[in-house]
Write a protein that binds this ligand. Structure first.
Ligand SMILES: Cc1ncc(COP(=O)(O)O)c(C=O)c1O
Length: 358
């Protein structure tokens, strides 16, 4: 026997604080599948950290731990609706990690087998997470000489598709349901919270997040500048390819989802600046993932040039949290080997990212 009152009493005993908030008018959330829960309304005010106003929208508070939950849920639901994904289907996807975790979680919850094709830059913790959720992880160790790791990963996905017709590839690089998820959720959530928004900073990987937000704000009543943040070495916006070691942002293959006419400016950030920015946030107690460091560094640099009087209302997206990066971005040996011994010694954050404007 379990009526609503006893359920509520049980919640109270284990989550006393959450229920206190409920008594103050906030709703308690009870879920039965992991993808149902996502914190959409959490922002960090970075004024004390950066010395200028910037609101960081945290996308890492869900069971997949990243912004990729939205794209994964949207793509899987659409594939099921269209009859592409059926009982017995095997999902296959190329991912630098976070989409892989989100799909591992959804596949487990919906009863599909999932094969994730990633590469040697994927964090160990991320691979372990996918495996713990029942996914099979294929790690590519040799980049394609022209199209890099991503090109080699896509070749492996195509091989798998040819080998067995139960495989279904949602293809996050061209699937419009990825950007539509952000058009429906991320964009409106920011608009509700910041009716005076002037500028939005979004990191670019597949550009699904960027395009969904850009399309939403294009049809909004107020002009919002959309600034894409990319890593130096990524070719997404036509720059030269170079080594990139931090997963998430940047690409070696032109993003099919990208419509550059929706982007006002692009900022490229060196990975050494990404690392510095992550450590700076960590020193204030906020442990974010690598791409958040990139976005915050790029946003700071852009705002220095364009908002000398701190007048603009600015929001940046933080795609995930830092625990997956303990062996990389937050590990002294890894950082020093790749970016030099003094990379973390600079007392002040310079925000020296390159800025390209169109
Ligand atoms: C940590 C992190 N940041 C940013 C992104 C970029 O998001 P999108 O693919 O929507 O451009 C990703 C994508 O995998 C990611 O994992």
């Amino acid at each position: 026997m379990c009526d609503e009152q006893t359920a509520s009493a049980r919640i109270k005993s284990s989550y006393g604080r959450a229920l206190t908030a409920a008594e103050g008018g906030t709703t308690v959330t009870i879920i039965s599948t992991p993808q149902e829960y996502n914190e959409e309304n959490l922002y960090v005010d970075l004024r004390t950290t950066l010395g200028r106003p910037l609101f960081l929208k945290c996308e890492g508070f869900n069971f997949a731990g990243s912004v990729k939950l939205k794209a994964a849920t949207s793509m899987v639901e659409a594939a099921e609706r269209d009859g592409l994904l059926r009982p017995g289907s095997v999902l296959v996807e190329s991912s630098s990690g976070n989409l892989g975790v989100a799909l591992s979680m959804i596949a487990a919850s919906r009863g599909y087998h999932f094969v994730c094709v990633t590469d040697s830059r994927c964090n160990l913790a991320t691979k372990r997470l996918m495996e713990a959720l029942g996914a099979e992880v294929h790690t590519i160790v040799e980049p394609d000489p022209v199209s890099g790791f991503l090109g080699a990963r896509l070749d492996r996905v195509r091989e798998l598709l040819e080998s067995d017709d139960r495989f279904v590839w949602l293809n996050q690089y061209s699937n419009s349901n990825a950007w539509k998820a952000h058009f429906r959720t991320t964009g409106p959530a920011i608009a509700r919270q910041f009716p005076q928004l002037d500028v939005l900073f979004v990191g670019a990987g597949t550009t699904g997040t960027l395009m969904g937000c850009a399309r939403f704000f294009r049809q909004w009543h107020r002009r919002v500048r959309i600034v894409a943040v990319d890593s130096v070495g990524s070719i997404a916006f036509g720059a030269q390819p170079a080594r990139r070691m931090i997963p998430g942002l940047g690409t070696g293959v032109r993003p099919e989802l990208l419509d550059e006419s929706l982007v006002d400016d692009v900022v490229w950030v060196e990975e050494s600046d990404t690392v510095r920015s992550c450590h700076r946030l960590a020193r204030k107690g906020f442990l974010f993932g690598g791409s958040t460091g990139t976005v915050v560094s790029g946003a700071t640099s852009w705002l220095r040039r364009h908002d000398r009087c701190d007048e603009l209302t600015a929001v940046a997206l933080a795609p995930d949290l830092g625990e997956r990066y303990l062996d990389t971005v937050y590990q002294a040996n890894w950082v020093q080997e790749l970016y030099g011994y003094d990379v973390l010694e600079e007392p002040e954050f310079t925000g020296s990212s390159l800025v390209f404007e169109r």
